[in-house]
Design a protein around this ligand. Structure first.
Ligand SMILES: [Ca+2]
Length: 157
């Protein structure tokens, strides 16, 4: 019984250290496990092929949206994140009004990286959703939302 008090103290001390180090591990980046930090947000590449709507719904189930893109640097970061650079859905769509692009996360559509000749509603078919990694230069294309591609989710830190 003489040893009970110091033992309890040591346990409390160890638990405190554990709690603080866990806090430290998650705080500096603010993105856990398979989320990757860039700027003020966390990003996650989803290899599973989904329609644009399914992909957005999946991102929402993870607490985010399909990724919006706002700069050349952010775009290059996403290009690296999408391993092997397959065609990949991002959060841009026209909300049913041709050429009026917006992001599902509500941020401003203040940057774009269209491939040459895009957006084009190819062959006269409405292409309301935006994919990245299109063409040799890995730029953006408008495409039919029902097609199934990989996707990138983002959420705030
Ligand atoms: Ca197109």
């Amino acid at each position: 019984s003489q040893h009970q008090f110091p033992f309890a103290m040591i346990m409390v001390f160890l638990l405190l250290i554990a709690a603080f180090s866990l806090g430290d591990a998650s705080k500096p980046l603010g993105c856990s496990r398979i989320w990757h930090h860039f700027g003020s947000r966390c990003f996650r590449f989803e290899e599973t092929l989904r329609s644009w709507t399914e992909a957005e719904r999946h991102c929402q189930s993870l607490g985010g949206h399909l990724a919006s893109v706002h700069s050349w640097k952010e775009s290059r970061f996403l290009e690296t994140l999408t391993v092997g650079s397959p065609l990949t859905w991002i959060g841009g769509n026209d909300g049913g009004r041709p050429e009026s692009w917006s992001w599902t996360d509500g941020s401003g559509f203040n940057y774009h990286e269209w491939a040459q000749g895009e957006p084009n509603n190819y062959n006269g078919v409405r292409e309301p959703c935006i994919q990245m990694n299109f063409g040799e230069k890995h730029r953006w294309n408008d495409d039919v939302c029902e097609k199934r591609f990989a996707s990138v989710c983002s959420r705030s830190r």
